[in-house]
Design a protein around this ligand. Structure first.
Ligand code: PGA
Length: 237
């Protein structure tokens, strides 16, 4: 069941855009006055402060440190506290690309969510099965296991769940409406409708409206299509 009337569209820019291109894109998005959804933009960390000076749109990060401390000798890390301090309100956690390329596991993902909650960031926990798991009929078990990391601090206000089947991310082939609805329903029943549920994986202008209209979907997590102004505009208007 939808938990919120106004859909939420989260843009995950991933490791894309240099400063001037990012400013150009955010400036165009910020000028729009016919947006029908709540928007959160998640730029690379390096660009967050710059973007902030060009928009009043809500910003998020794509990751935060799992270390319990706000500061310390952790080369290359950025703490949730630092993100909050520069104006972030959301943080994506446990994206499949981070699980794959940075070997994130349940322990670190759980710690990151707790860190986000501690400083008042909304954690967007990404879950989703790979193609083999889907074909083996164990998608629900995989997602259940990934959801088991949610710390006790998780509430409707500080946590969003993003269902992102790995086989649909960046492939151009989104999950079908039935597949999305079924998984969202499963998660929603599991948590008694406690969390907002967004879908991600090859969302584009052609499928966004249909997905967002689904009974079980509260919003979208958009990767590639969020980097193209025309595409993104059609998704959020
Ligand atoms: P995509 O990425 O829209 O490019 O498939 C979605 C995501 O990884 O969040």
């Amino acid at each position: 069941m939808k938990t919120h009337n106004k859909p939420l569209v989260i843009a995950n820019w991933k490791m894309n855009l240099i400063k001037n291109d990012a400013i150009e894109l955010i400036s165009k998005i910020s000028k729009l006055d016919d947006i029908s959804v709540d928007v959160v933009i998640c730029p690379p960390d390096l660009l967050i402060e710059t973007i902030k000076t060009h928009t009043s749109i809500t910003l998020g990060a794509q990751n935060c440190s799992a270390q319990a401390e706000d500061f310390g000798a952790y080369t290359g890390e950025t703490s949730a506290h630092m993100l909050k301090n520069i104006g972030c309100e959301y943080v994506i956690i446990g994206h499949s690309e981070r699980r794959k390329h940075h070997l994130e596991d349940n322990n670190s993902i759980s710690a990151k969510i707790a860190n986000a909650h501690k400083v008042g960031l909304v954690a967007i926990l990404c879950v989703g099965e790979n193609l083999t798991e889907r074909q083996s009929g164990i998608s629900h078990d995989i997602v259940l296991e990934q959801l088991s990391v949610l710390p006790k601090t998780s509430t409707k206000k500080n946590t969003i769940i993003a269902y992102e089947p790995i086989w649909a991310i960046g492939t151009g082939k989104s999950a079908s409406l039935t597949e999305i609805n079924l998984m969202h329903k499963y998660i929603s029943v599991l948590f008694e409708n406690r969390f907002k549920l967004v879908y991600g994986g090859s969302v584009k202008q052609e499928n966004a409206k249909d997905i967002i209209s689904l009974e079980q979907v509260d919003g979208l997590l958009v990767g590639a299509a969020s980097l193209d102004f025309e595409q993104f505009y059609k998704i959020i208007k």
